[in-house]
Design a protein around this ligand. Sequence first.
Ligand SMILES: C[S@@+](CC[C@H](N)C(=O)[O-])C[C@H]1O[C@@H](n2cnc3c(N)ncnc32)[C@H](O)[C@@H]1O
Length: 339
Amino acid sequence: MSDEINVLTNQYFQQVDLPHLTIPPNNVLIQPAVQEALYENMFKESLTPLPPANYRSRVLKSLISRMEEAITDPDQDEILDTLMETWGTLLITPKPTAIQQAQQLSQIKYTAPTPNTTPARTIITCESRGVILAGGTTGNRTWEAALHLGTYLSTESGESLVRGKRVIELGAGTGFLSLFCAKYLGASVVSTDREQFLIDNMNTCVDLNSEHTHANANPSSSGKIPMYAGIWDWGTKLEGEGIGDEFDVAIGADLIYDADIIPLLISTVRDLFENYKVREFILAATLRNEKTFQTFLDTCGSNNLSVETLAFQSPNSQEQTGFFHSTDIPIHTYRILPG
Ligand SMILES: C[S@@+](CC[C@H](N)C(=O)[O-])C[C@H]1O[C@@H](n2cnc3c(N)ncnc32)[C@H](O)[C@@H]1O
């Protein structure tokens, strides 16, 4: 598959919004081999997990209209029958309303941004993307900071932070980072959040990702990826069967969006350093609000924690090949150590 079809396919399975898809030029789309690759890799019914029908039909409609624009000789240029048949089937498939769609859980397949890794490193999460805040949590979707940190962890220097380590993730939401660390980066992971339905989702995803293990994956002797998901509301005792009480590294993404939770987060990080043998906390943060962010730095200082900024920057959106995310708002990665 050519690189441009590969990127489009990876974006499609991540259900990237239509305006942000990298669609090859019309004169490329009209080529029979390209259309065949699009059908085989994106629209064939046996592919899994297929995006929801309304997303599939919007993408296919856009591709077909571009192909039609590229037709110069109707006797020569054609749109593949299988694509047209799929389009016909999608047109008559009953679709949920926009509100139902927003609330539905959907399986999302993310591909790591390492174009030369064969086979590709993919992970599957379960998300309700349209639900920003539900059941008291913003953890129903995977946020840009997690995709940024995932991009860093997919590099050699990022991977060295977690390979062979016992990792605990705080406020894991969909479990995206934990799943990636457990499945491909040689870490054993405890993934935590405070909502039971997020933990249930993560456990479903442990099973889903264990079915999808391949040459690069890291299953334990049980055949499952080495990840345990458990409830942890910061400020309460970390306990529960399978959680354990010693870790090497803590990770987190997008946890400092609200100044009010910063003192609790920092005391939790201190607790991990003092009582759970954690040696460093790797945190990716989207810098939405300078003041909130300064509160975070000041609170680290007053708690005798040192904060290093890692030099890593995600490639800009047009150059990304996987773990696609916007870079419009700066995202920084920090290494926080006991002072
Ligand atoms: C913006 S989401 C980020 C989710 C995920 N880390 C990501 O980047 O995709 C913040 C997460 O922190 C969790 N969280 C917030 N306050 C928490 C607390 N006091 N204890 C445990 N988790 C908390 C939320 O439930 C939510 O899943």
